[in-house]
Design a protein around this ligand. Sequence first.
Ligand code: ADP
Ligand code: MG
Length: 689
Amino acid sequence: MPDSRPGYFSLTYDEPPSLSLEDLDGIGPKRAEHLRSRDIDTTEDLLLFVPRKYRRAARFTTGARAAEANAGYVELCGRIERVNNPPRHSRRPLEVHVVCGQQSFKLLWFNLPYRGFAQKLKAGGWVTFSGEVDWDGGVPSVAHPSMELSKKKPSLPDARVELEPVYVSMEGIPDATLRGALEQAARRLLPAVQDAVPAGLLDRRDLPRIRKALRTIHLLDSNEDRPSFEADLRAARDRLVYEEFYSLQVALANEYVQQRRAARAPQCTDRELGRDLVRRLPFELTDDQKKAAGRLADDLGRRMPMRRLLQGDVGSGKTVVAFLTCAIAIDNGCQAAFMAPTDILARQHLKTARDLFEDLDVSLACLTGSMPEPQRRETLRRLADGSADLVIGTHALFTDDVAFDSLGMVVVDEQHKFGVDQREALLEKGRDPHLLAMTATPIPRSLAHSVFGDLDLTVIRQKPPGRLPVRTFLRTRQSAPDVYEYVRDRIRETGQQAFFVYPLVEESQKAPGRRSAVDSAETLANGPLKGLRVAILHGQMRDEAKSETMRAFAAGDIDVLCATTVVEVGMDVPNATMMVIESPEVFGLSQLHQLRGRVGRSEMQSMCVLLAGYGITDDAEKRLTHFAGTDDGFELAEVDLEIRGPGQFLGERQSGRAEFRFGDLIDDAELLEVARRDARQRILGDAGR
Ligand code: ADP
Ligand code: MG
């Protein structure tokens, strides 16, 4: 998989025409250099440089004709009627009124180009000016026009009104030159351009051929009075987006096939241990859990290694499904590895596994970076000789000295916290093992499909029964004393527990106004929460201290945990029913949702209070209000994708996978689905459905 998506579109030719950038009129070595600095290395790249917008340009017509055409850009000639030259140091612009036939224009300068500029402008003189027009308000205005003065009426070229493309301006190249170069490149190259997408697919999706699309985009000569221009343009753009998505999906489908074709995964058909496990569960699985578990069991029964992403909102119960799957693998003589992103989480999963597998003759192991060396070596030995069946660990699992006897099943929890290469590193420790990747970040479907196209997708939407939605309140810091009092009273009365979450570990000069865990814990413990057991948890603590704190909190020996976002992933303490998030405006919606998922994990009514800082922006307030209004992680994820882009869903290591040159994951989500279906059908046939 290449690092950057823009590579997913390249033009195909019958016979590549040899036309260099320097061959184009107005482009010499220097300007070619400017183009190259913008990643336009060839004339073919230039063709994929699409206009930012289109505008109607009126040149050398009368002012009235320009007005009638509602031109966005004019190049006109007229007489100066009067000059309003503001006093020095005034904020008002220099205003020059020009009469072009029946229509007057105001030319405006907010900063004068040079001293003495205004003196050259004399009433009665002729001026030829060009620039973008603002027709709003009384007299239309042109700010900072290009202009030429003359005493007599100059002779002008023929009048014309035309639609023209506007490209992003490029340093060192006049807009008109760039436009001309593009036009030339288009005329020369287009006849040889071939479709990279099968014609049948284009017809089925009602999309134009590439030649026609690029012609519509760049060459407007015939378009002025074409009523269908808008529609053609939309189709042309869709055509480019489609090809970009389609090529990506073909690549992903090929990757999918390659991973599976030659591979021979351990075929796990015995399900006795899995059934035992289900029988011993203290609860009944939800329908979604049953369906997901069934799906996974089927995958494991094949020779093709499973590659599945299990997506489920926080608290939907993915862990038990994962362990069930591990049980099937173990039952069939495989070792299983379960990888979690933090020590805390690994330990919690280990505890869950101990409860689940108690008396079932499954040998558990744990591997984290913070283990004492002798213990670590002992674990390595048990993995290598096969005496450990299930290992739960962190990043420590994919270091070089970890070897398995028969690794057949890999679970990656919170998979977006890991890079793809890390996932692969662990997989390579077995012979074509099955992979189950899990994420609690409800990744919008479009994103999942563009980025994880090499994985099959299973979604758990249902929550375990009896769960009440977390009541969420948005308050300002002003209400903090009341909130603290409420939390204190409820803890005293019910023995339930609370999280306080902060964006910072300690108060910082760099981020004034953001609250911090350490400082606030002290203030709370000595003031509003006096008498309660308050503890701190953050990422800079030593691992032992962290896990000891977690253990104590889970055991109910701590009432209030003041934490940073380390509590974000996976922590499961059902008796914790209150969460107060300080400075919530600095978090993304998905992250807030993850945090909120730490409460509401029992049948008790949970609550979450957002204590927003003073003076948050309207946007932030809107976001937080929206958050308080819904419990649906998928809905929040869609909104978040729209606001903050894909980076946060993927982590830095993976976010490059979501960059497109033409396509937009939100606006073009439908086209992405279509392209994906077409590509998978083509590469995988019916199996790709
Ligand atoms: P997540 O999907 O966020 O990883 P977990 O697997 O941590 O969620 O599950 C959240 C909690 O719900 C755990 O305490 C788990 O034991 C419990 N749980 C899971 N499935 C069910 C179920 N079907 N009925 C009741 N409780 C369940
Ligand atoms: Mg989890």
